[in-house]
Write a protein that binds this ligand. Sequence first.
Ligand SMILES: C[S@@+](CC[C@H](N)C(=O)[O-])C[C@H]1O[C@@H](n2cnc3c(N)ncnc32)[C@H](O)[C@@H]1O
Length: 428
Amino acid sequence: MKKPKDARPGSAGTMVELFAGVGGFRAALEPLGWRTVWANQWEPSTKTQHAADCYWRHWNDGSLVNEDINSVVDRLERDNDAIPAHDLLVGGFPCQDYSVAKTLNQAHGIEGKKGVLWWSIYRLIEAKQPKLVFLENVDRLLKSPATQRGRDFAIILACLSDLGYLVEWRVVNAAHYGFPQRRRRALIIARRMVQASPEAPLAWLYERGALAQALPVWPVEDVQPSLPARQADIILKGHPAQITQEFGWTNPMTPFRSAGVMWDRKVWTRDVDPIFDGKQQTLGEVLVPDEDVPHEFFVPEDQVARWAYLKGPKSEERTAANGHRYFYSEGGIAFPDRTDIPSRTVLTGEGGTSPSRFKHVVRAKDGRLRRLTPVELERLNGFAPGWTEGMPDGRRAFMMGNALVVGLVKQVGQELSASSTGALQVVS
Ligand SMILES: C[S@@+](CC[C@H](N)C(=O)[O-])C[C@H]1O[C@@H](n2cnc3c(N)ncnc32)[C@H](O)[C@@H]1O
């Protein structure tokens, strides 16, 4: 990874962090000189705000507002100073249904479903016009909804295009760049453009974009990617309400591949293969000595069979709540988990003692089976050990299921520069 040239606070620019959780973006980008001037985190499902408490414990500088982002953005429409000006907007936002119910409304161009968080992001970008936007989401974002594959992502791209942004995206498995977790996420970078000439968008996708620079790739299908592009693969036509109604009905699968570039409603998209020849970290490398693992993390002998059943292959008849009988089958997954390769993805349900198919289980040196401790989960995401201390273990696991791979975001952050975006050209 390149060394940051100047990491004085604010030397890279100012930043706002949405859906901040326990501060994964800030932990990654602050050391590169991005100064957080405002942040927002509010958990709708619990009274106690564990994530915000954790954030405050690390950064007690008055930047974090613990309030529903929808309410803050409502206020922003009356008072543009409700959120300060900033160069970079970041956030890992939940994957929801982004459909637009109404057609063009005179007062406001786009009217999305209430409570759908994309529309808060959109309204904020519209009001504050940051030079750069860096978003993270599950890879399902590119495929949803099931009935209209790719429709939601098409809405997002069209919105960003209409606000004057050039967008690049990538679906990345963190383990492909050496990290100890096989976490797959969609990374999206948008740059507000004064001018762009996307005559070589494939070169941007493969070589010159921030994502290509940070996370190098090989083309899977193009032999000479730096040649000027052919026609765009997709042209996003119509108001987002029209995209909602029309996009993707006949798509058996999403048209959005694992990498892409979009400018002026034109989309170029390709599958790519990662290039990485560094050290591959493994699950085994983040484990603490067995002696340091509290007894409640060890699987009681009488529950081993239940864990084995849940993780094993099955093919069985089941009865639904309404009495309907159906056949259920699934393959087996490793039990215990292999420690010589990167872990599976940490999910929000990783914590707690109850047996589960998806929680990780490793074998201790004395042969017993055990779950992963909060510190091990923090290490799988690259947070400093103890980052989420101060809340119950189950919540600590939940936070890590929601969070991101800090080192991956940092690697991309190295390639972001607020100063170079104004007159950026896609062509060389
Ligand atoms: C995918 S997580 C992001 C985690 C974060 N990147 C981190 O490193 O911890 C999404 C976050 O959005 C928060 N959230 C959900 N609804 C919200 C809302 N209406 N307003 C503000 N935050 C919200 C959740 O509590 C959760 O922490």
